[in-house]
Write a protein that binds this ligand. Structure first.
Ligand code: ADP
Ligand code: ASP
Ligand code: MG
Length: 823
């Protein structure tokens, strides 16, 4: 037997109810169930408003009653077969007339007792459970409406009645133990032994379910609501909340007691007594795991499980040196308050005993103050107590977790995070169970406090990756756009938080520990930045001592790449799109590889070759797997790929280059592409990655810029000079074409020779089908002997490059702790 409880949020609309009906049908197939249901979402609040209005003689309750009526009738029409509709509607009418009568009475007498209020509030569940039972029956499931007032017996504390447990359990067993039907039980309501309607307190349907579960010794109690379980914090207040998989009964009790509305605190007790697990599930996402509350919680990694808050409280403080060392003072305070019926939410006493502080609900503050002033009149006069002070507009924030008692340093972390964020703590209490630390803060600070504490405890599960970006030109800007686009997905799905902690261009830099937005640069830098100095940028970044920090180089600057050794020595990992370091001297290349190892940092540069294509990674993995590279061939320039893929011997070559320039495919000066140096750098890097010790000087590079054009002193001049060679290019083209070949600018490493040259290739060559600006790289290896391992795709462009950089960042982020900095 399982008990399913559907909250108001799960029965708020036609769609939602359909989901509930489906869930019930599915669960029914799996075994016996009983269902508890709340009032349709918002109805209890409306009833409350109506009855208050009525008691004030305000006739507006009539409109609200009409709205309630319409809403229920509408659902009946939509969910119940036409044949049964009229009986159901008649029954509804009877209920609503009864409600109308009571409200009318209240409005006439202007008198509202707690008894009447409970009676009115109970209509929501009576309506919803009745309708749901009929809707189920109408969909072919045998269901019966059960009025919980017949089962759950309480004392006559209207509004928050205490359950008479043995009688209640007996009633439940008698009625439901043997029942083969699905009972649709009204949540929240109960009755006295005399049959007067009582309620179990707002949110009480959860409790109803638990009582029924305990009485029947159910296998499980399932609370179906609108969130995927209990979260690390109230989702409405803390954006980065996470679901909690498991909780102990005690933890759940503590969290709910301190404001986590998702489960009503008294719910836990009956289930705990019988060791029945409570599941919190999302009606709208039934496949999500949700939370399970059980007796023991093993593999409890985190010390703090969740954070909750009581938003409105008043703090009352008694202060006076006369209290020091006088026994019985605290007892007197609390008995005075108890006599006045004041409920104390939290107490703290400074160890000097100079002050005693406690929190009460705002509605009870005046009562508490009066009681204390009366009781301690003499002490106040005699100066034993200096003052009794009331501080309204405060909130309590509690961090809860079984593991806190085993883990030293929790409160340290707790208060450090608050201090760092400038939050003033008014009072502190640690429950004697050590399962809870509670603090009082000003209500204005509530949101900040919740978020700060949440980050301090849960962002360790979420990995914050602290980024220091240099270079916000074309690629850097695209990278920032990409961060902006992907950040929330990475956070939600992969627990990775990208945090931009430093940003710089050649003129300015800015560092901020809390992180900065991804947008608005580089303008913001100009406004807010300091004059750039690599040394200072690094020093300040280093001083933050953030874990998981990494530098990203999106420049093409040699000055920056010369600085990599310092970056690594400061224990920063490094992602670079800048080819300068790896294509400089062999010595520098090797030094960087060694430094990375020595300082336990990651050094990734996938975008050095083929932009976002997985070229370097593929090669590295091949080498690591013991493969031997015999030959590397590639078209490594998107620009030259485009030029030769488009050149057809008819349009003059110089015109093709000009078109490429106009399309933005070339460097501002196309000679930088045509001279082959960039391709040579890439080939050099690939050769080095393959384990070959080569220097740039060892490469043979064919410069495609004809001699006279090299010296041209303007772009226009260059094009004029290049045009003089259009015939030469055409001849080369035709010569190749006459054999059925085509031209291709190929970088090749083979048996110690590295060359970059314009070649003729036949139609059987793997590169012959190349089109657009695609890159292609073929690795001939011992393992890939007959057909090479080929990587092909768009190998140029800021967007794919940014994508490649992000991929590198994520590879690093997936390493458990990629920087040996101390938190
Ligand atoms: P129901 O109508 O199903 O009983 P409630 O409104 O009583 O639903 O409880 C669910 C709501 O509790 C959620 O929508 C969420 O806004 C709120 N809530 C507060 N704290 C938490 C928490 N720690 N985890 C999950 N939900 C929470
Ligand atoms: N309908 C009641 C309320 O809104 C009980 C519940 O939803 O659990 O408080
Ligand atoms: Mg609820």
């Amino acid at each position: 037997m399982r008990i399913l409880k559907f909250g108001g949020t799960s029965v708020g609309s036609e769609d939602a109810i359909r989901k509930v009906l489906k869930l019930i049908a599915r669960k029914r197939e799996e075994g016996r169930i009983q269902v508890v249901v709340s009032a349709f979402g918002g109805v209890t609040n409306t009833l409350q408003q109506m009855v208050e209005d009525a008691s004030a003689g305000n006739q507006s309750y009539r409109e609200q009653l009409k709205a309630i009526e319409d809403r229920h009738i509408d659902i009946v029409r939509k969910l119940i077969g036409v044949k049964q509709q009229s009986t159901v509607l008649t029954e509804l009418k009877v209920l609503l007339n009864e409600l109308d009568d009571v409200l009318h009475g209240v409005s006439l007498t202007h008198e509202l007792t707690d008894r009447t209020r409970d009676f009115v509030l109970g209509f929501g569940e009576r309506l919803s459970a009745y309708i749901l039972s009929k809707a189920l029956a109408s969909s072919g499931i045998e269901a019966e409406y059960i009025d919980a007032r017949e089962l759950i017996k309480t004392n006559d504390d209207f509004g928050n009645a205490r359950v008479l447990v043995p009688t209640t359990y007996e009633n439940i067993r008698e009625r439901l133990q043997e029942s083969e039907f699905v009972g649709i039980v009204t949540g929240y309501i109960s009755s006295t032994v005399n049959g007067e309607t009582t309620t179990l307190g707002r949110g009480g349907s959860d409790y109803t379910a638990s009582l029924i579960g305990a009485a029947l010794n159910a296998e499980a109690i399932e609370i179906w609501t609108d969130v995927e379980g209990i979260m690390t914090a109230d989702p409405r207040k803390v954006g980065r909340h996470l679901p909690i998989g498991r909780l102990s009964y005690e933890e759940a009790m503590e969290l709910s007691h301190f404001g986590a509305e998702v489960i009503y605190p008294p719910t836990i007790h009956p289930a705990m007594e019988q060791a029945i697990p409570i599941f919190i599930k999302n009606t709208f996402k039934p496949e999500a795991k949700g939370t399970v509350i059980t007796r023991e919680v093993q593999d409890d990694k985190s010390s703090v499980k969740g954070i909750s808050s009581i938003d409105h409280i008043t703090l009352i403080t008694l202060k006076g040196s006369g209290m020091v060392g006088v026994s019985g003072f605290a007892a007197r305070i609390f008995s005075a308050l108890a006599d006045a019926g004041v409920n104390i939410i939290m107490i703290t006493q400074a160890s000097s005993e100079h002050t005693v502080c406690f929190a009460v609900l705002p509605g009870q503050a005046a009562l508490a103050m009066q009681a204390l002033e009366r009781h301690f009149k003499r002490e106040l006069e005699e100066g034993i107590i200096d003052e009794i002070k009331e501080e309204p507009d405060c909130s309590i924030v509690a961090a809860v977790g079984e593991g806190m008692k085993r883990t030293p340093g929790i409160s340290g972390r707790f208060f450090r995070s608050l201090g760092r964020n400038g939050i003033n703590v008014r009072a502190i209490a640690q429950g004697s169970s050590e399962r809870n630390i509670s603090i009082v803060v000003q209500e204005d600070d509530l949101a900040k406090t919740l978020n700060t504490i949440h980050d301090a405890f849960f962002l360790s599960e979420i990995k914050s990756v602290n980024l220091f970006l240099i270079g916000i030109g074309l690629i850097g800007s695209k990278l920032l756009d990409l961060f902006d686009k992907q950040a929330s997905l990475l956070f939600e799905k992969h627990n990775i938080e990208l945090k931009l902690c430093g940003i710089a261009n050649s003129r300015y830099y800015k560092i901020r520990e809390e992180g900065m937005p991804f947008t608005g640069w580089p303008d913001r830098l100009e406004e807010e930045g300091e004059p750039m100095s690599l040394q200072q940028f690094l020093e300040e970044a280093d001083r933050l001592n953030l874990p998981n920090s990494l530098f990203i180089d999106c420049t093409a600057s040699e000055e920056v790449s010369d600085f990599y050794p310092e970056v690594m020595k400061a224990n920063f990992s490094l992602v670079t799109a800048n080819k300068k370091a790896n294509s400089g001297t062999l010595k520098r290349y090797q030094e960087l590889q060694e430094l990375a190892l020595e300082h336990n940092v990651m050094y990734l540069y996938e975008t050095n070759v083929g932009a976002g294509l997985p070229v370097v990674k593929t090669l590295k993995e091949q080498v690591l797997a013991g493969d031997e590279i015999t030959k590397i061939e590639g078209v490594l320039s998107g620009t030259l790929s485009y030029i030769f893929n488009t050149y057809d011997g008819k349009t003059p070559f110089s015109q093709v280059v000009r078109n490429a320039l106009e399309k933005g495919y070339t460097e501002p000066d196309p000679r930088e592409d045509l001279n082959g140096r960039d391709v040579a750098r890439k080939l050099l890097i690939l050769a080095r990655e393959a384990g070959i010790e080569v220097e740039m000087g060892d490469l043979e590079v064919q410069n495609l810029v004809p001699g006279p054009a090299r010296e041209a002193d303007s772009i226009e001049d260059f094009f004029e000079k290049l045009a003089e060679f259009d015939d030469d290019f055409r001849q080369q083209y035709e010569q190749a074409a006459s054999k059925g070949h085509r031209l291709c600018y190929i970088a090749r490493y083979e048996q110690g020779d590295a060359t970059v040259a314009l070649e003729e290739i036949g139609s059987d060559h793997p590169f012959s089908g190349l089109s657009g600006s695609d890159n292609i790289i073929a690795f001939h290896t011992k393992h890939y002997r007959d057909t090479p391992l080929v990587v092909k795709g768009p190998g140029a462009g800021a967007e794919v490059t940014a994508g490649g950089i992000l991929a590198d960042i994520l590879r690093i982020s997936n390493v458990p702790s990629f920087s040996n900095k101390i938190v």
